[in-house]
Ligand binder design. Structure first.
Ligand SMILES: Cc1ncc(COP(=O)(O)O)c(C=O)c1O
Length: 392
């Protein structure tokens, strides 16, 4: 009898792996490598959060929860969104706890678009976005964010990309990889665009706490687009505990949206994973309701590292780096080195033993840049700058 061969789905075959992975694999094999490619805080999860998880285990909080998450946590998230982000959500029907922001984004896509629909994604933007769109059988359409305009949303450029199939636009502020923040007036332009074109907005705000002072001493402001007039009904606000509380491995995030979309996300979450780890959810409750000084201490450390890294990058031949206002990434322009970002990143890891990410991993507009995360000690950042200088 003829043997029939089975094939993975067409959807999965289309997916690529991000360029970060290649650098990561290379770096694994170099014992003295300094890792500036990682997108996660080098801090440990605060002790009070760990203790809450242990208490939850000992108290037998080890069963399934509602697919939207435990009510106490959803209620704490709704209070946070009201007081800090200026958006009112009903905790019982409009907030859902997810396995990281990654899952929140996936649920947002599955609940707002159908097979073959188009989703506008930022370029440069987090390398996973286009793959996440493809994984739900939708089509990613990259919209350019130009360095020359501070990586702000430029309606004219985006308008050209809209088709009858465009259903949603994804935004990310503060941004990975550029560290740029979308100002309130720019968010209003996005809001007007979304309302006129009848689009959903998926707003990834995982770096909202990572904001730094301007040279003038003024603190930057994080604005949630859902708080702008008319936007609550068409926005899915995505956030996570991963970066703010150094909890990347706990897989904890959330989404908030008006009731019909939240209900859809909850149904899909039930089908996909039932619910998020109960133990982790009680740890998240402590993260939100316990002391916040670990967050401010971490941000102060990042602020110092940002200065050292960016000043050091500006002294390298062929590099120029604007001061990023948020997140924990520097995104220097390296066109003065006359080397493609992929080749330069490879050279830096192979010869200098410093892992950095080529800007091209974040989209075509990312070419001529490298991304360096300052989620590493000042000592390592200084050593990395010296190694890169030698390579150049
Ligand atoms: C912009 C952005 N969104 C989402 C995520 C993923 O967050 P989580 O670990 O909570 O899934 C990352 C991780 O690097 C990110 O940079």
């Amino acid at each position: 009898m003829e043997t029939l061969t089975v094939q993975p789905s067409r959807r999965s075959r289309k997916l690529g792996l991000s360029g970060i992975r290649e650098i990561f694999e290379k770096a694994q094999k170099i014992p003295d490598v300094i890792r500036l490619e990682f997108g996660e805080p080098d801090f440990d999860t605060p002790d009070n959060i760990k203790a809450a998880a242990i208490r939850a285990i000992n108290a037998g909080m080890t069963k399934y929860t509602s697919s939207a998450g435990v009510p106490e946590l959803r209620s704490a998230i709704a209070s946070k969104l009201a007081s800090e982000n200026g958006v009112d959500y009903d905790s019982a029907s409009e907030v859902i706890v997810t396995a990281g922001a990654t899952s929140a984004i996936n649920l947002a896509f599955l609940s707002t678009v159908d097979v073959g629909d188009e989703i506008l994604v930022p370029d440069p933007g987090w390398a996973t976005y286009p793959y996440a769109v493809q994984a739900v059988s939708a089509v990613p359409v990259s919209y350019p964010l130009r360095e020359a305009s501070g990586y702000s949303f430029e309606r004219e450029a985006v308008e050209r990309l809209v088709s009858a199939k465009t259903k949603a636009i994804l935004i990310n502020t503060p941004s990975n990889p550029t560290g740029a923040i979308l100002q309130r007036s720019n968010l209003q332009e996005i809001a007007d665009f979304a309302m006129e074109r009848n689009l959903f907005v998926i707003s990834d705000e995982v770096y909202e706490k990572f904001l730094y002072e301007d040279p003038g001493g003024k603190n930057k402001e994080h604005v949630s687009i859902a708080s702008l007039q008319g936007m609550r009904e068409r926005t899915v606000t995505v956030n996570a505990f991963s970066k703010t509380y150094a909890m990347t491995g706990w897989r904890l995030g959330y989404a908030a949206a008006a009731e019909p979309i939240s209900a859809a996300m909850t149904k899909i979450n039930a089908a996909q994973s039932s619910c998020v780890s109960t133990i982790a959810q009680y740890a998240a409750l402590e993260a939100l309701s316990g002391p916040q000084d670990s967050v401010s201490n971490m941000i102060s450390a990042f602020a110092k590292r940002r200065e050292v890294l960016v000043n050091g990058l500006n002294e390298l031949p062929g590099f120029s780096c604007p001061m990023p206002h948020g997140a924990f990434y520097a995104f220097p322009n390296i066109s003065g080195t006359r080397t493609k970002s992929y080749d330069l990143a490879m050279k830096i890891v192979e010869k200098g033993h410093v892992a950095v990410v080529p800007g091209s991993s974040f989209g075509a507009e990312g070419e001529d840049h490298l991304r360096l995360a300052y989620a590493n000690s000042l000592e390592n950042i200084r050593a990395a700058l010296e190694r890169i200088r030698k390579v150049l």
